[in-house]
Design a binder for this molecule. Structure first.
Ligand code: ADP
Ligand code: ADP
Length: 232
């Protein structure tokens, strides 16, 4: 489903050139939940942003669901990106809009009729367990509820892939468990492929089937989550 080949990404900070991702290859199978774990600054976020070309790699190839994203025109890429949902540590909701309108934003290019959009938003909110909160504002929700809204929004265009960038890092342990449970159930129900980046070992252990450990822009270890964490 996802194939990254020799991805390299550097940043020019003015004073120095920082290599954030240093020649990483990674393939993630359809339906997998793939964890990328490592300390802050390891390059996880940059790598995962290369999957939807939020960051453009200096070199290397990005293939998602059979499409070579690095070769698409800007409008084609915009279209392809709708098939790749993403959620973040800070939820990135629009504070001045209701829950329903936050999700509607993701549907603004959709061909659905207004009536069908409303139905879609209602069913997405049901899916994430927030059926009653369509008219709430983000400030009226807990952190876990905000992340549920962000997940509903990320799923609005029926993506094949969901990218999760430290999605539970701002949440307490109990809320983290409930969000991880939701992500797992979405993976099972929808068959959606997930890439999860985290600095928390517990997240990989409880959610992921496969994982890679990143250090200084490189993958230093990879395998099944069980094998990786059963080392002596
Ligand atoms: P090992 O620990 O068995 O040596 P590595 O992670 O060093 O495995 O990988 C060896 C080579 O195989 C690397 O160059 C890497 O590009 C490729 N490789 C291994 N696993 C994957 C994977 N899941 N996706 C893409 N390439 C992989
Ligand atoms: P992680 O997600 O593992 O914390 P990042 O991908 O955010 O790692 O960062 C990897 C490296 O790239 C770090 O050294 C970071 O400072 C640097 N970096 C990330 N984004 C930028 C940017 N926009 N400009 C300059 N340097 C950056």
């Amino acid at each position: 489903m996802i194939e990254l080949t020799h991805i390299k990404k550097t940043y020019d900070t003015g004073r120095a050139r920082v290599t954030a991702v240093d020649g990483v290859s990674l393939s993630v199978e359809k339906g997998d939940i793939y964890g990328i774990i490592g300390f802050s600054g390891a390059g996880k976020s940059t790598l995962v942003r290369c999957i939807n070309l939020l960051e453009r790699p200096d070199s290397g190839r990005v293939r998602v669901d059979g499409v070579e994203l690095t070769e698409l025109s800007v409008p084609q890429l915009r279209e392809a990106r709708r098939r790749i949902g993403m959620i973040f540590q800070n939820f990135s909701l629009m504070p001045s809009r209701t829950v329903a309108d936050n999700i509607a934003m993701a549907l603004r290019h959709s061909a659905l009729t207004p009536e069908k959009k409303k139905e879609k938003i209602a069913s997405l909110l049901e899916l994430v367990g927030l059926g009653e909160r369509a008219e709430s504002y983000p400030s009226q929700l807990s952190g876990g509820q905000k992340q549920r809204v962000a997940i509903a929004r990320a799923l609005a265009n029926d993506p094949k892939v969901l990218l999760c960038d430290e999605a539970t890092s701002a949440l307490d342990p109990q809320t983290t468990r409930s969000i991880l449970k939701l992500l797992r159930s979405l993976n099972e129900k929808l068959g959606i492929t997930m890439v999860v980046i985290t600095h928390q070992m517990s997240v990989v252990k409880s959610l992921c089937r496969h994982a890679a450990v990143m250090e200084h822009g490189r993958i230093v270890e990879r395998g099944t989550a069980v094998d990786l964490f059963s080392h002596p």
